[in-house]
Design a binder for this molecule. Structure first.
Ligand code: PGA
Length: 250
């Protein structure tokens, strides 16, 4: 039985006071023992403070990115060990905004995945096709390529302590959600791909859906057999909405 996971991807939003009020409101609205694992991914500069605010809660902490190198002269970068040091358990790798705006390719994403695990973090590997790729019938090809880039370097065994997130790029921040059936089809394909390498790991690995998840569509998405929770952007900035999404995963 896979325990669902709901992750809030705050992206480049928030201030210290907005974060504190968002978290206070969120913690107020969450049940004592949530049926799903929960975590939030604030911007780097707020991680340490949020780690402190979350100390007595069941909500985990993730970073939005990390450096592929462990230490050294890499100006502006943040290492996996630093993220662990300030209290992170998770880190997103391969998010489409990093691929699109910062030139992160499959090879770099695979190195970041390795760096995350080497530092003791659980990487959340994001994969997903653009609208052009979907309309060109290339969804399976693109998602398989992104997945294989990591499997090729790390092996399927590494997914034992990792999470996959399927995020169709055309659904991110657009208000246009994949239908539960569209998402399920890709999730099942991803699981089948992992099963080719390791059937047990394929049965255990959590595959989240991301792309305009809201309180109004979360329940039907999470009801699909291969969708094990969500990676939530915009809606994770609203305490009420995010709490309802978390409840939908239980
Ligand atoms: P969204 O973002 O929920 O705002 O579409 C999802 C994501 O980018 O992780």
């Amino acid at each position: 039985m896979r325990k669902p996971l709901v992750a809030g991807n705050w992206k480049m939003h928030g201030t210290r006071s907005e974060n504190a009020s968002l978290l206070t409101q969120l913690l107020d609205r969450l049940p004592e023992a949530p049926a799903a694992d929960l975590m939030v991914c604030p911007p780097f500069v707020y991680l340490q403070e949020i780690s402190r605010l979350l100390k007595d809660s069941d909500v985990g902490l993730g970073a939005q990115s990390l450096c592929a190198e462990p230490v050294g002269a890499f100006k502006g970068e943040v290492s996996g060990a630093m993220l662990r040091d300030v209290g992170c358990n998770y880190v997103l790798v391969g998010h489409s905004e990093r691929r699109q705006f910062y030139g992160e390719n499959d090879a770099l994403v695979a190195r970041k995945f390795v760096a995350a695990q080497a530092a003791g973090l659980v990487p959340v590997l994001c994969v997903g096709e653009t609208l052009d790729e979907r309309e060109g019938g290339r969804t399976t090809e693109v998602v398989t390529r992104q997945l294989d880039a990591v499997l090729g370097v790390s092996g399927a065994g590494a997914l034992h302590s990792a999470v996959i997130a399927y995020e169709p790029v055309w659904a991110i921040g657009t208000g246009r959600t994949a239908t539960p059936e569209q998402a399920q089809e890709v999730h099942a394909m991803i699981r089948a791909r992992v099963a080719l390498a390791d059937a047990r790991i394929a049965g255990e690995v959590r595959i989240l859906y991301g792309g305009s998840v809201k309180a109004s569509n979360a329940r039907e998405l999470f009801a699909m057999p291969d969708i094990d929770g969500g990676l939530v952007g915009g809606a994770s900035l609203k305490a009420d909405e995010f709490a309802q999404i978390c409840a939908a995963a239980g």
